[in-house]
Design a protein around this ligand. Structure first.
Ligand SMILES: [Zn+2]
Ligand SMILES: [Zn+2]
Length: 98
C-alpha cells in the first residue's frame, strides 16, 4: 500500500490584500534625486520633473544679467567686470530723461 499524498487546503486569498501589495510595489520605485544647486538629494515624482528642474537651474546659473543696463552675460564674473570697469553704459548719466 503506497502512502497517499496529503494535500493541504490552499490558502484563502483576500482580494483586498492583493490590491494593497500591488500598490506598495509601485511606491518602492526609486525616485530621481537632485544633488546639485544645493538641493541635497531633493526628490522628484518623475524623471521628467528632475530634468526640467536641472534645465531651469542651469539656465539661471549660466546667465548673469546687468541690473543697470540689462545686458546678459554667460558668467557672473563677466558681469562683475562689466560693472566694475565702468563698461556699463547704464552707469553714465548721458541720458537724463526725467
Ligand atoms: Zn537641483
Ligand atoms: Zn550694464
Amino acid at each position: 500500500m503506497a502512502p497517499e499524498p496529503i494535500f493541504s487546503s490552499p490558502p484563502t486569498i483576500h482580494p483586498g490584500d492583493s490590491n494593497d501589495r500591488s500598490l506598495r510595489v509601485v511606491s518602492s520605485r526609486p525616485r530621481p534625486q537632485c544633488w546639485e544647486h544645493g538641493c541635497e538629494g531633493r526628490e522628484f515624482s518623475t524623471f521628467s520633473n528632475l530634468l526640467r528642474h536641472q534645465r531651469e537651474k542651469s539656465g539661471v546659473v549660466a546667465k548673469a544679467e546687468c541690473p543697470v543696463c540689462g545686458a546678459v552675460f554667460t558668467r557672473t564674473t563677466a558681469r562683475n567686470i562689466h560693472v566694475a570697469q565702468g563698461k556699463c553704459k547704464g552707469t553714465g548719466r548721458e541720458s537724463s530723461a526725467e
